[in-house]
Design a protein around this ligand. Structure first.
Ligand code: ADP
Ligand code: MG
Length: 387
């Protein structure tokens, strides 16, 4: 009975799934640096299953099985990744807050997925560029019904300080320049709905604008990381797209898309680091474990969600939770010597994927959504009757 009903209502069923506020988890495996070696990867299933082999336990005892919404093997392309991410990204144009973040140890492919190949190549572009490109296309398609404005902010969080990656040096008008003062994060319920009211906000009207801004942000990130004598792998970078839509009746729609390239998740051996390095390691651990705590609290439907425990979770507050749509890319390296980190990444990701929340809520509850909710209710009743 169930399958028949589902089949009959395929479109509606898909929309029901789409409305769910779950945290989706996709796993991506980087190609091996050791030629065609499969490394620790035993099996990648189309259903989102992943089997690894523990190199220290040959035979059946070494099998480790995980399940995600999708698993992308080493041969997957940027286009394949984007194809499965597009519907989620597009929903930002319907008023949903969306957050996509890349998690994983340094060298596992986070920046490759979000930005593209290292070295600023313009082929194989990552989600950041493809997403904005797609939003412009939707905006132009809908221009007779809704007029959209897109604005972009880009910041990094390093040692629990937020830095503006799009700030210009007003005295020289030359990039790169990093604004020295710290940015304050406001609660997302502030008047204008902005969590970073003082970060540079740039209007973008074309993909060329976006490419220029991303370049500026990346140069600034590189310069700041060199100045601090550390690598960008120790900071989180957040690209935020603010969407404002207005229709003929004057109805407003506001939403935002956060695209986050997280700091490397590798555990640092505390005995080997001191001073600044130790502080850095503690800050990274703190914000990533806070992210884990928020996700767990959401999964358990706790009344209190500890967003305020780190700058990262505070900044992402409006797009991590019941009313938003969240996608996490868990990145892993296939090499045997990364096995420990790979397992810890997959465990973190598995914990996130159990999150099941109420329906995501568009900031603008259109009549369509209301109608859909009624349909969902009657579909549920139909299902109950047939079972
Ligand atoms: P991270 O940002 O997690 O530290 P990177 O994205 O910088 O990792 O990836 C490390 C290296 O591996 C880079 O040279 C990158 O170009 C390469 N790489 C990562 N993922 C892929 C992939 N899917 N296909 C090809 N090369 C990749
Ligand atoms: Mg990186």
């Amino acid at each position: 009975g169930y399958h028949k009903v589902v089949k009959e209502n395929r479109a509606l069923y898909n929309m029901v799934q789409d409305l769910k506020g779950n945290i989706r988890v996709y796993c991506r495996i980087r190609p091996s640096f050791n030629g065609g070696s499969k490394g620790v990867i035993d099996f990648v299933g189309e259903d989102g299953s992943l089997v690894l082999l523990d190199p220290s336990k040959p035979g059946k005892d070494g099998r480790r099985v995980f399940n995600f919404n999708r698993v992308f093997g080493p041969t997957s392309t940027q286009d394949e990744i984007f194809k499965d991410t597009k519907p989620l990204i597009r929903s930002v144009m319907d008023g949903y807050n969306v957050c996509i973040f890349a998690y994983g140890q340094t060298g596992s492919g986070k920046t490759h997925t979000m930005s593209g190949p290292s070295g600023g190549s313009t082929t194989d572009m990552g989600i950041n560029y493809l997403a904005l490109n797609d939003l412009f296309q939707i905006s132009s398609k809908r221009k007779d019904i809704i007029s959209y404005e897109l604005h972009v902010q880009m910041v990094e969080i390093y040692n629990e300080q937020v830095r503006d990656l799009l700030a210009e040096d007003s005295s020289t008008t030359k990039y790169p320049f990093i604004q020295a003062h710290k940015l304050e994060i406001r609660s997302c319920t502030s008047d204008n709905g902005l969590s970073l009211p003082n970060a540079t906000m740039r209007s973008v009207k074309s993909t060329a604008d976006v490419l220029n801004l991303i370049k500026v942000g990346e140069v600034n990130r590189f310069v700041s990381s060199t100045a601090m004598n550390n690598q960008s792998s120790r900071s989180h970078s957040v690209l935020t797209v603010h969407v404002h839509g207005k229709d003929a009746s004057g109805d407003n729609l506001r939403s935002c898309l956060h695209l986050v390239d997280l700091a490397g998740s590798e555990r640092v051996d505390k005995s080997e680091v001191t001073g600044d390095r130790l502080k850095e390691a503690q800050c990274i651990n703190k914000s990533l474990s806070c992210l884990g705590d928020v996700i767990t609290a959401l999964a358990q439907r706790n009344a209190h969600i500890p967003y305020r425990n780190s700058k990262l979770t505070l900044l992402l507050q409006d797009s991590l939770g019941g009313h938003a749509k969240t996608l996490m890319f868990a990145h892993v390296s296939p090499e045997e010597d990364s096995f420990g980190e790979t397992i810890s990444t997959l465990k973190f990701a598995q914990r996130a994927s159990t999150v099941e929340l109420g329906a995501a809520r568009s900031n603008k509850e259109s009549s369509e959504v209301v109608q859909l909710k009624h349909q969902i209710e009657s579909l549920k009743k139909a299902l109950a009757n047939k079972e």
